[in-house]
Design a protein around this ligand. Structure first.
Ligand code: ACO
Length: 209
């Protein structure tokens, strides 16, 4: 096993409920598919373009192969694929990817949260837990994220956990059917005073049980 995998993180309490993170499971198929089919309009503008229709890609029958590839990447030490639970219910995903060790010790982080939980601090709490995990048990020095300039909610989340803007990546990623510009944000361990979750608690954005 690799440092920081598998992991169960949290809880952190926000307006939406008690937020915890845990590894993806084979039996997540139904919950994953139900939310992703229901929330297509909320998710599709921000996600990498896939092959086939949204319905086909997000059908429950597609989860086993996705789960298998996520677990394989995790076993290789390249990825930490987590489910965001709110009060014990599947509510989204947080993924730490492209974990590189050696002199870089870096990774990217990405996430989505079910639409009906929006604006209740869930992504902020999940990202706080994920970053503290990266800088703690995983042993990374830097975490980055990329976000479309149009995605104001995600930019607010990134800012609120302490990410700094580093630049604009032109035509960076094939998202929602076209090459989209993305803002690059980064955070290194030296910039985190204590932990990210402590900072969220200090700022009144989250509480600990
Ligand atoms: N304009 C500006 N700010 C907004 C808007 C908006 N239209 N909508 C929400 N916000 C702000 C909120 O006010 C809040 O900031 P505040 O705490 O300073 O007031 C923040 O955005 C939302 O914080 P949370 O409640 O913690 O976030 P939430 O749980 O609603 O999740 C997320 C946000 C993840 C972006 C969710 O809407 C989602 O899943 N969207 C679709 C998928 C997606 O965009 N994923 C991120 C891709 S980029 C990446 O992964 C790095």
């Amino acid at each position: 096993q690799h440092p920081g995998w598998p992991a169960r993180l949290g809880p952190v309490i926000v307006a939406g409920g008690q937020v915890t993170l845990r590894p993806v499971r084979f039996r997540d198929a139904a919950a994953w598919s139900r939310i992703r089919l229901r929330d297509r309009d909320h998710l599709e503008p921000w996600e990498p373009t896939g092959r086939g229709s949204w319905e086909a890609r997000n059908h429950a029958s597609n989860w086993p192969s996705l789960w298998t590839s996520l677990k394989a990447e995790a076993r290789r030490g390249a990825m930490i694929p987590l489910v965001i639970e709110v009060d014990g219910q599947f509510s989204g995903q947080l993924t730490i990817g492209n974990i590189v060790r050696g002199a870089l010790r870096s990774a990217w982080i990405g996430y989505w949260v079910a639409k009906d939980l929006g604006g209740q601090g869930v992504a902020t709490a999940a990202l706080g837990l994920g970053l503290d995990h990266c800088f703690g048990p995983v042993g990374l020095h830097r975490v980055e994220a990329t976000v479309r300039p149009e995605n104001l909610a995600s930019q607010a989340v990134l800012r609120n956990v302490g990410f700094r803007e580093e630049g604009l990546l032109r035509r960076y990623l094939d998202v929602d059917g076209a090459w989209r510009d993305h803002l690059l944000v980064g955070l290194t361990v030296e910039e985190v005073m204590g932990t990210v979750v402590d900072r969220l608690v200090r700022e009144g954005r989250a509480a600990l049980p």
